[in-house]
Design a binder for this molecule. Structure first.
Ligand code: 5RP
Length: 226
């Protein structure tokens, strides 16, 4: 069993009967969704899923997990998602799977969020992983140029066919190769101010817990003060 599978299965224990559960996106969240489906079938728990991407929607439907759209619920009890990097103060970069916008929306309306990662994603400071910025296509080449001028080393997110990728929300993604993000709060505020930026992959103060996959087994870390 790989580390992603290990944490995906472990974290599903936090899903309780009757919950509205935010179902994250990516190769780690995949195993959590699979385990939730198994628990529904074999243990008889009933949950309602709120998905964060078309990919997760397809998986959840195949597993027979009943779904509601985010606007059909007032809040989500618990959202479990992967992450691309988590800093020592539990800020995160997400969006490697291009689902950051819907992931952040679902997380925002969740009472609690847990991230599941393998230990390679726990870092001191964020930034080694390119920071995804989701942008409206109109004017995006000018925004790209602005990022170049700022020295943010932008790169278009492309498909396997080398086309600009279009997100589930109908937007483009520009990845910023920043190497190190000294002040995630300040950068998040800055990115929020660019016209044409729909959302960015800095997830600030969003989680209460991380479940980390290590060769010794899953390790749970509670975020202090949450
Ligand atoms: C998708 C995400 C994913 O959660 C993140 O990229 C981690 O993915 P994986 O578990 O496949 O490494 O943010 O937008």
């Amino acid at each position: 069993m790989n580390l992603k599978e290990l944490v995906g299965i472990e974290v599903a224990k936090y899903v309780k009967d009757g919950m509205v559960v935010g179902l994250g996106t990516g190769s780690t969240a995949y195993y959590m969704v699979k385990e939730v489906g198994r628990r529904m079938k074999e243990e008889g728990i009933q949950v309602t899923g709120v998905v964060t991407s078309s990919a997760t929607e397809q998986q959840a439907k195949e597993l027979g997990i009943p779904l509601k759209a985010i606007d059909e619920v007032d809040y989500v009890d618990l959202t479990i998602d992967g992450a691309d990097e988590i800093s020592s103060d539990f800020q995160g970069i997400k969006g490697g799977g291009a689902a950051l916008l819907f992931e952040k929306i679902v997380a925002t309306y969740s009472k609690e969020c847990i991230w599941i990662v393998d230990e390679s994603k726990m870092v001191d400071k964020l930034g080694d992983f390119p920071l995804p910025v989701e942008v409206v296509p109109f004017g995006s080449h000018n925004l790209f140029r602005l990022f170049e001028e700022k020295g943010y080393n932008p790169k278009w997110r492309k498909t396997a066919d080398d086309e600009i990728l279009i997100t589930d929300g109908g937007h483009y993604i520009i990845d910023l190769a920043l190497e190190v993000i000294e002040n995630p709060h300040a950068l998040a505020d800055e990115l929020d101010r660019y016209v044409g930026v729909v959302e960015h992959g800095l997830f600030i103060d969003m989680i209460s817990k991380v479940v980390v996959g290590t060769p010794e087994g899953p390790k749970e870390i509670a975020v202090p003060g949450k």
